[in-house]
Ligand binder design. Structure first.
Ligand code: SF4
Ligand code: SF4
Length: 342
């Protein structure tokens, strides 16, 4: 299985686009013992399967000893371990090399560095370049995660040009989504979008634990919302959270049919005017549904109708599903374990 932990809401930066509103003004951390308990449960669930553990934030290097301890713990349980940082700590070759060597010896295999023009207001690109270059020299797999705005998009855009200067093994470019740090706004023209409903299915595979202990269907910025909530990891066993991720009706519909399926239900319910005319990708649509009550309600009603069709009195799904078609109703494993979870 794959699990990611947002260890903290604390960050040295305060990026405009930070959907979790992290920054120096916040200081919530997941308890180390709690993270270790969940990793232990994840390892027990992963017998025969690969276990992948990622540590994100906030900025995880702000408590380096905690990060080192958790990387070592997860690695000793057989996990492949990654972490995400903004590279603020790469102030010199000597100090950055020392941190990276200690992480590699503790069992870290992947270092992902996030950057964008919003990050660069707090962390210069030279530190990103240093962190990635030295991580490669240390033997880590390196990923560069670039968030770009509409005016930076495309092959001639600024985002691609400056990311070429960073020697990461993997470059991941993602459009900025309209879930910003509290109180921040950007002009609508900032968001890269394509007309129509994106047809891709949900790419999420990883159970995400936020810094307050709540579990979500993915770690996409803006996804820490009731719509994608799986429950409280401090009160619900990890096996049940993983079951909800894999078998929950909403999560399965997203993975098998994509969020456009829910958009179709909203259109058929007469609420299509609440959809936008353009989206960046499937996650943009999914989060727009999540953050728009009337759309989220249409999606929930569709899940409920499917659940009743499987387990309750027979009823026609035609008015709800229209021409979009229903998932395989012979397969009841798509329902959550508790009807109330719908
Ligand atoms: S986007 Fe990343 S670097 Fe920026 S404030 Fe949020 S956690 Fe910190
Ligand atoms: S489609 Fe939704 S649940 Fe899937 S990864 Fe994107 S935001 Fe997360």
């Amino acid at each position: 299985m794959e699990i990611s932990f947002a260890l903290t809401s604390r960050c040295n930066a305060r990026c405009v686009h930070c959907a979790s509103s992290c920054g120096p003004h916040r200081d919530t951390w997941l308890e180390v013992q709690e993270v270790k308990r969940l990793i232990t449960e994840a390892a027990a669930l992963s017998t025969g399967d690969a276990l992948r553990v990622d540590f994100t934030g906030g900025e995880v290097f702000l408590d380096f000893d905690r990060l080192l301890d958790l990387v070592r713990f997860a690695s000793q349980l057989g996990a492949e371990v990654g972490c995400v940082s903004n590279a603020y700590w790469a102030t010199s070759d000597a100090s950055a090399s020392d941190k990276l060597r200690r992480l590699e010896q503790a069992g870290l295999s992947t270092l992902a560095i996030s950057t964008s023009r919003f990050h660069q207001a707090f962390v210069p690109l030279s530190r990103v370049e240093r962190a990635v270059r030295l991580a490669r020299a240390t033997g880590l797999l390196t990923e560069l995660k670039v968030i770009f705005t509409q005016d930076e998009a495309g092959t001639q855009g600024a985002a691609l040009q400056w990311s070429k200067a960073i020697p990461a093994a993997v470059h991941i470019h993602s459009p900025i989504l309209p879930y910003l740090s509290t109180g921040q706004t950007l002009p609508e023209a900032s968001y890269p979008r394509m007309p129509g409903l994106p047809r891709e299915v949900c790419p999420g595979q990883s159970l995400a634990i936020s810094e307050n202990g709540m579990a979500y269907s993915c770690a996409t910025p803006g996804a820490d919302h009731d719509f994608l909530s799986l429950g409280d990891s401090r009160a619900i066993a990890l096996a049940e959270l993983q079951h909800r991720l894999q078998q929950g009706a909403k999560q399965r519909l997203l993975r098998e049919h994509g969020p456009a399926y829910f958009a179709g239900a909203a259109i058929l319910a007469g609420d299509g005017q609440h959809l936008r005319e353009a989206y960046a990708n499937a996650c943009d649509l999914c989060l727009h549904i999540a953050h728009t009550d009337v759309l989220a309600q249409a999606a929930a009603s569709l899940c409920e109708a499917l659940h009743r069709a499987r387990h309750g009195p027979t009823q026609s799904l035609v008015p709800m599903l229209g021409k979009t078609g229903a998932p395989d109703l012979a397969d009841c494993s798509g329902c959550p374990s508790q009807p109330g979870d719908l």
